[in-house]
Design a protein around this ligand. Structure first.
Ligand SMILES: *Cc1c(COP(=O)(O)O)cnc(C)c1O
Ligand code: SF4
Length: 363
């Protein structure tokens, strides 16, 4: 996740944050002032002004600095990256905020546990052609971009070697070639990283190339951007998706009701209004969404806004994420609790992923 988010330009830190956090300030009163921020900026500006260190995040939210968790977090390969649009949904001063926990590096990440490895789902074994993962029948997953709009501490791809595996434009050629020559591939999933970190020009070109392949009937977009930086969804973007021959399915990724603020829900409605089914996948995360009431509130907010809960993932056992793990027995109990309180369509499928299996495995 070291790649620049768009157009090959190195990502830059805007002065905004330095202005917000004067050098030497170490106080524990929150410095982040939502009223001082221009919320009308486009998504690329939002990416550029994202918070890029644990210290800045703590300072902005009025949290004490933590010993031993450095500038880039305990694992420099997976830095801190939090756009202000996400930060504003975090409660200042609350170290247990469920959104903060998803993005703030913790000293726990440095602890090694047996069974927590760098590629738990066997993605490297399934790489078919430049950035393409063909694990399951009928569908392929294309790593369209190595960049993300937020760095989630529990990410199962946090150690994925994007630059080697191919996430750049030149890698699309063999990927497109592979899809073209495999006529049993009916669905192409754009994933990453996050495919919506590509600028429209590049993304549209990729969509067109896929759309021209006759046997591809569906294009699925897996993205956290509509949640993290909602203004990424524009009417031009919706029009583009509407105009494709392939049916487009959208899968967003949120884990807690607090992520679904009005800005986010409004943009997701634009997708639904364009006739695009919007699904959500979540990860079951200790200290974030591992209680009945949080899950019920979250799932209801999704369906109340025409978003269908798709998967609830058991955490993949990737190194440095043990502190997020919820025991499967507890997950199963939560599932039976939410099932008794919600309509069937609001209940996601609780799944895990085993390397080498032909699909995700329902629990
Ligand atoms: C999860 C995943 C898919 C999609 O699986 P669905 O069950 O269809 O959502 C496809 N390819 C890979 C490599 C995956 O990890
Ligand atoms: S969970 Fe998704 S959005 Fe978050 S860091 Fe991983 S790939 Fe990126």
């Amino acid at each position: 996740m070291t790649e620049a988010p768009y157009s090959g330009q190195p990502a830059q830190i805007l002065t905004t944050i330095s202005d917000l956090v004067p050098p030497g300030s170490a106080g524990v009163s929150p410095i982040f002032d939502p009223d001082s921020i221009d919320w009308s900026v486009d998504w690329m500006t939002a990416m550029r002004r994202a918070v890029r260190s644990a210290e800045q995040l703590r300072l902005l939210l009025g949290l004490p600095l933590e010993e031993g968790v450095g500038e880039a977090g305990p694992r420099p390969a997976f830095s801190t990256f939090v756009p202000l649009e996400f930060l504003r949904r975090i409660q200042p001063g609350d170290p247990l905020d469920p959104l903060l926990r998803q993005v703030l590096p913790s000293a726990d990440e440095a602890i090694e546990y047996p069974g927590f490895v760098s590629d738990p789902v066997g993605d490297m074994e399934s790489l078919a052609a430049g950035g393409l993962i063909h694990k399951y029948d009928g569908r392929v997953l294309l790593i369209a971009s190595g960049a993300c709009a937020v760095h989630c501490r529990y990410c199962f791809r946090r150690e994925f070697p994007y630059s080697e595996a191919g996430s750049r434009r030149e890698h699309w050629k063999p990927a497109i070639g592979y899809i073209r020559s495999n006529d049993d591939v009916h669905e192409v999933i754009l994933s990453g990283g996050d495919p919506l970190t590509l600028v429209d020009e590049n993304l549209f070109e990729l969509l067109d190339q896929i759309d021209r392949i006759e046997h591809v009937r569906r294009i699925r977009i897996h993205s956290r951007l509509p949640i993290v930086i909602p203004q990424r969804i524009t009417s031009a973007f919706c029009e583009k998706l509407k105009g494709l021959n392939s049916h487009v399915w959208f899968v967003v990724h949120a884990n807690h009701a607090n992520e679904l603020d009005d800005a986010c829900l409004n943009r997701l409605s634009m997708l639904s209004d364009s006739g695009i089914p919007v699904l959500n996948q979540s990860v079951l995360l200790g200290g974030v969404n591992d209680d009945e009431d949080s899950l019920v509130e979250f799932l209801e907010r999704l369906v109340d806004h025409r978003i269908t809960p798709y998967y609830l993932h058991q955490l993949d056992r990737v190194r440095g994420t043990k502190h997020f793990e919820v025991p499967i027995e507890k997950g199963l109990l939560l599932m039976s609790q939410i099932r008794s309180r919600l309509p069937g369509y609001a209940v996601p499928t609780y799944v895990t992923e085993h390397a080498g299996e032909s699909s995700k495995t329902p629990l």
